[in-house]
Design a protein around this ligand. Structure first.
Ligand code: HSE
Length: 303
């Protein structure tokens, strides 16, 4: 048996939705080519290929597939996988989630498991938890597509949120790496009730404004008073880039997941291009820049 899977890049948190909101992006993701084999083998090409572990106990694809077989109660079908990467490693675009989702989906297909979204999510989350941490905000949009809200990561409860207005997304990845696990260490462990209600106001506004297509309230919603202040110093130039992106017409600018990729949401392509030029000027020519739109479809299998 032979097939391929495309797993999209994802923006974790989407600014104020720490660990709960996630958004899939179009035209940027990793492709995985699977073939049944007598033993596992992993080959990697593309972005950051040399840094990806080839040991099956350390690679998210094989960790997730083994977890799926265990949860499904079947003997594992080993495979060879060629991972063709476009997402940066430790880059803030959900590359470990993409590998985790692809590994779990592949195992479900090898096992001819039929519809089993919860098992796929659970297996993918096991791999993500080992590599980045036990959060579902990249896995959910990678698997389902669009904008997703994680209601309960233990119960794997995910609530899709429609996006009712045109959105263009600027993604800029400065040439540094940030491990999610490290970026979680700098977060405040507790909040006052005033801080908590402030963040809830931003996050609720963001979800409602996107679902209603209400551009006027997006800037307020795209304000993160929790993770961003704690993590901004990990990304030199962050505040300058944010200021320029907003002056160029972005609704908001924040870090994607735990960074270093930053994203801006913009009302149209022309504004997105001018935001892109402005932030590239701050982060420098070694950064990578993509202008994309939301992806409404999740990871897909093709032959
Ligand atoms: N919600 C996670 C974090 C996402 O911000 O730590 C990482 O992509």
């Amino acid at each position: 048996m032979k097939f391929s899977i495309f797993a999209p890049g994802t923006i974790g948190n989407v600014s104020s939705g720490f660990d709960v909101l996630g958004l899939a992006v179009d035209g940027l993701g990793d492709t995985f080519h699977f073939e049944a084999a007598d033993s596992y083998s992993i080959r990697v090409s593309g972005r950051d290929a040399a840094d990806i572990p080839l040991d099956k106990a350390q690679n998210a694809v094989t960790i997730a597939s083994e977890a799926f077989y265990r949860l499904f109660g079947r003997r594992a079908q080993p495979f060879s996988v060629h991972i063709d990467r476009a997402l940066p490693m430790s880059g803030g675009l959900g590359s470990s989630a993409a590998s985790s989702v692809a590994g779990a989906l592949a195992a479900a297909r090898f096992a001819k498991a039929g519809p089993c979204s919860n098992l796929i999510l659970q297996a993918a989350l096991e791999a993500e938890a080992l590599i980045a941490g036990p959060h579902l905000d990249n896995i959910a949009p990678c698997f389902y597509g669009g904008l997703t809200l994680v209601q309960d990561s233990e119960a794997l409860a995910v609530y899709p949120i429609p996006i009712q207005l045109e959105l263009w997304i600027v993604l800029i990845t400065p040439p540094i790496k940030i491990k999610t696990k490290d970026a979680r260490e700098v977060l405040p462990p507790t909040l006052t009730s005033a801080q908590w209600s402030k963040q809830m106001a931003h996050c609720t506004t963001l979800a409602v404004a996107l679902a209603r297509g209400d551009a006027q309230h997006l800037a307020f919603g795209l304000t993160d008073t929790y993770a961003e202040p704690a993590r901004a110093s990990l990304i030199p130039g962050f505040h300058k880039a944010q200021e320029l992106a907003k002056s160029a017409g972005a609704y908001g600018f924040s870090m994607s997941g735990s960074g270093p990729t930053c994203f801006a949401l913009c009302p149209n392509k022309t504004i997105a291009e001018s935001v892109g030029r402005a932030v590239l000027g701050v982060f420098g020519p070694k950064s990578s820049l993509h202008i994309v739109q939301p992806r409404l479809k999740g990871a897909e299998v093709f032959t």
